[in-house]
Design a protein around this ligand. Structure first.
Ligand code: SF4
Length: 441
């Protein structure tokens, strides 16, 4: 099936609103092969596209005056500069300026000719996400960031965790989350939308800017454990990973990256096929379906036995020890019977259990065990031969700990909840696209 979309011809890229940022440059003859849609013909102002996967009323198009390079991969940037008449290597130079030097202006790219920079100004953008707030924990080991997003009244939250040698960025992949785990503040928001590649990577650029402003080193480790289920935003997660791991990008190796999932099994299957060796953390929190169903609705679709099975498959393929995250709730998941049931489920599988005392989020129905109790539960697991660690919950004083990220509306966002010494930065929401009249023929 094909549909012809007709629109005004003053721009060079369009985007589908429901799936964020699928750009098509409009100059005639441009190679669109990297997009997932089949372009049948493209002339200025008129694009015919195969949109079999779209329902008519799903299509809402905005037209950007500039192409946001942060939503492209390196090969796409190389295509783009070739299309502008530059050399392919200029694409790699651009890529380095954007991700390694974190520039937001083409003017500062001193190794590129002025006319080329002027050309880039005309048709491309590399704007940064604005940190609406930066809140430092009074303990000095965590910083919470609230990034204003383009075309959204919501905030994407990220947390920087500071250890001796590590600077770990915990980043968000969605606004809200559709999975509705009952112990999680993000889940209570419901699903708002996926974050784009630019918005996922933009959090890392903002955190690196902060670290450099403090005379510190750059991010060393990345965990996809912020707002949302990264594996439900698979394409943008994967394209962001390629920038994170690229030598000319963030140059962070697979062993320093972990994705956390509530158990989206088809995406874990896909990840296994990608041949990456990033860490996988599965939010388990129970030992049987009845209990897991009660706080993780996704378990009704992908039950616990299938989850353990896919974890074993992931381990066999990657050689990585899978982590099971296990929230400790007083009287429910921290009992001797719970330890025995966990052993029955996971015994003999070389995995790691990460014990996380439930955080005092808005939901008061769960009580967090005291430290003595947590240690006792951990020792019980060790006695049974299971490897267990206790996650020191950091960032609670800035509402930046596990399950506490809410991505409040930008209008209500002050970022000062339970804040320690806070460094508040001003920020504005920028609108970079213009809506155009779209006609579907
Ligand atoms: S715990 Fe993760 S998957 Fe569950 S609702 Fe929160 S963000 Fe979504």
């Amino acid at each position: 099936m094909s549909r012809q979309l007709t629109f005004s011809a003053d721009g060079c890229a369009i985007r589908f609103k429901d799936e964020q940022f699928h750009y098509f440059c409009l100059p005639v003859g441009y190679d669109f092969s990297y997009t997932r849609y089949t372009i049948i013909s493209a002339v200025k102002g008129r694009l015919t596209i195969n949109i079999e996967t779209f329902l008519m009323n799903d299509i809402s198009i905005t037209m950007s005056k500039t192409l946001n390079l942060k939503n492209l991969s390196l090969p796409q940037i190389e295509d783009f500069v070739l299309n502008l008449g530059a050399k392919k290597f200029h694409g790699r130079q651009l890529y380095k300026w954007i991700y390694q030097k974190r520039l937001s202006s083409f003017d500062d790219m001193t190794n590129m000719a002025k006319p080329f920079r002027a050309q880039l100004h005309e048709c491309a953008s590399i704007n940064k996400l604005e940190p609406r707030s930066v809140i430092e924990s009074r303990f000095g080991d965590a910083v919470k960031f609230g990034f204003a997003l383009c075309e959204s009244e919501h905030i994407a939250e990220s947390v920087l965790l500071i250890d001796d040698n590590r600077r770990t960025a915990c980043i968000s992949s969605q606004l809200g989350c559709a999975l509705g785990c009952t112990f999680c503040e993000t889940g209570k928001l419901g699903f708002i939308r996926n974050l784009t590649q630019e918005e996922i990577i933009g959090q890392l650029i903002g955190i690196n800017d902060y670290l450099i402003s403090k005379g510190d080193k750059l991010i060393t480790n990345i965990v996809f454990m912020g707002m949302g289920e990264a594996l439900s935003n698979y394409d943008n997660f994967l394209s962001s990973l390629s920038i994170i791991m690229a030598e000319d990008g963030f140059n962070i190796g697979a062993r320093r990256i972990t994705v956390s999932t509530a158990g989206v099994i088809p995406s874990i299957e896909r990840l296994i096929k990608e041949d990456l060796t990033i860490g996988l953390a599965i939010s388990l929190n129970a030992w049987n379906n009845e209990l897991r169903n009660s706080y993780m609705p996704i378990n009704r679709k992908y039950p616990i036995e299938q989850l353990v099975e896919i974890a074993k498959k992931y381990h066999n393929k990657t050689g990585r020890r899978v982590t099971f995250e296990y929230v400790l709730i007083t009287g429910v998941t921290d009992t001797p019977a719970a330890a025995a049931a966990l052993h029955a489920l996971l015994g003999g599988f070389p995995c790691k259990i990460n014990l996380i005392p439930v955080n005092p989020a808005g939901n008061k129905e769960y009580n967090s065990p005291d430290e003595r109790h947590v240690v006792r539960f951990s020792e019980e697991l060790h006695r049974k031969g299971l490897a267990a660690t206790i996650r020191r919950s950091r960032g609670q004083d800035i509402s930046g700990a596990c399950g506490q990220l809410t991505g409040s509306s930008i209008n209500s966002y002050t970022g000062t909840r339970h804040a320690g010494p806070a460094l508040l930065l001003s920020g504005t929401v920028q609108t970079r696209t213009v809506h155009i009249k779209t006609q579907i023929e």
